[in-house]
Design a protein around this ligand. Structure first.
Ligand SMILES: C[S@@+](CC[C@H](N)C(=O)[O-])C[C@H]1O[C@@H](n2cnc3c(N)ncnc32)[C@H](O)[C@@H]1O
Length: 283
């Protein structure tokens, strides 16, 4: 059953069965494929090494599992959890078909109530997932991630920073205006503006030695099919949000109309950026 928090999030669309925005397999997988190279580089900063026991918190369809198991190697072990049973089933089917170097244990459950004993993991990887939590849920989730990580183990959180969205050609304030309006009240927009504060949230949760860096992921025309496949529907969703908030539809028209002379997907100088915050701390 959806809570009132979840129901508020659902208004952002592209939802999975959990009602959370931008989590449908079609969009979450597309986002991963569009940013694949940068995500691989960010994972490489998480300090995951051979032999570690690692948790993938918010694993979706298991996109990170080949990389995570390659990092831990045959002597390691990876657990993966997701709220959405359909994502877990899809990840399970993929894991069964992959020849991964170490075992993967998959479970359905929430990072706000993890089904693992204290101090189980040497490292936690949590990508694009805490942005889906309310402030209260984030507090609980960070305490849970800390609880299941052994003292001295690593907790890495990666979230999208909505403040770094930009498109060219286009108004440089387009996304800022949307997120200022949408983020004025608690909900998904506020949560994707919270990424740059993760260092503080993690410190407050008792996670030590937190270091954080924000990486700009940039795409230039001609865009790959993967880039188009994620950002075109994502921007259509954001345009719907913007017009619903009373922002001028004409400002968003170039993103929606392939025939518009300023449409970034058909412009030779098209450009798209998004920010990703990587915050790493020690349990
Ligand atoms: C945007 S997707 C990101 C998936 C993947 N980690 C990535 O970075 O590509 C967010 C995932 O978090 C899951 N999720 C949302 N809330 C969750 C919660 N409370 N506990 C566990 N998973 C959650 C969603 O079902 C979805 O699979």
């Amino acid at each position: 059953m959806l809570t009132s928090d979840d129901a508020a999030a659902e208004t952002w669309g592209v939802t999975a069965s959990t009602g959370r925005p931008f989590t449908h397999a079609s969009i979450a997988g597309a986002h991963f494929r569009a940013c694949r190279q940068s995500y691989r580089e960010l994972l490489g900063l998480a300090g995951i090494r051979t032999g570690m026991r690692v948790l993938d918190a918010g694993c979706c369809g298991g996109e990170f599992l080949p990389w995570l198991t390659a990092l831990t190697g045959p002597g390691g072990r990876v657990s993966a959890i997701d709220l959405d049973p359909e994502h877990v089933a899809r990840a399970g089917a993929r894991v069964a078909g992959w020849d991964l170097p170490c075992p993967v244990d998959l479970r359905q459950g929430s990072i706000t109530g993890l089904p693992y004993a204290d101090d189980t993991f040497d490292a936690v990887w949590c990508s694009n997932t805490v942005e889906l939590l309310t402030d209260d849920q984030l507090r609980v989730a960070l305490a849970e991630l800390r609880r299941v990580t052994r003292p001295g183990g690593l907790i890495t959180i990666k979230d999208v920073d909505a403040a770094c969205f930009a498109v060219r050609p286009g108004d440089p304030h387009l996304f800022a205006d949307l997120f200022r309006a949408a983020g004025a009240t608690p909900g998904y927009a506020q949560q994707v503006l919270r990424a740059r504060d993760l260092y503080r949230w993690m410190r407050e949760a008792g996670i030590g030695a937190v270091r954080q860096r924000t990486v700009l992921i940039e795409h230039f025309a001609p865009f790959t099919p993967d880039v188009r496949a994620y950002y075109a529907p994502a921007f259509a969703e954001l345009a719907g949000q913007a017009t619903g908030l009373g922002l001028p539809a004409a400002d968003w028209a170039p993103l929606l109309d392939p025939g518009h002379p300023q449409n970034p997907f058909h412009h030779p100088d098209g450009y798209i950026s998004e920010g990703n915050v990587l915050a790493i701390g020690t349990a």
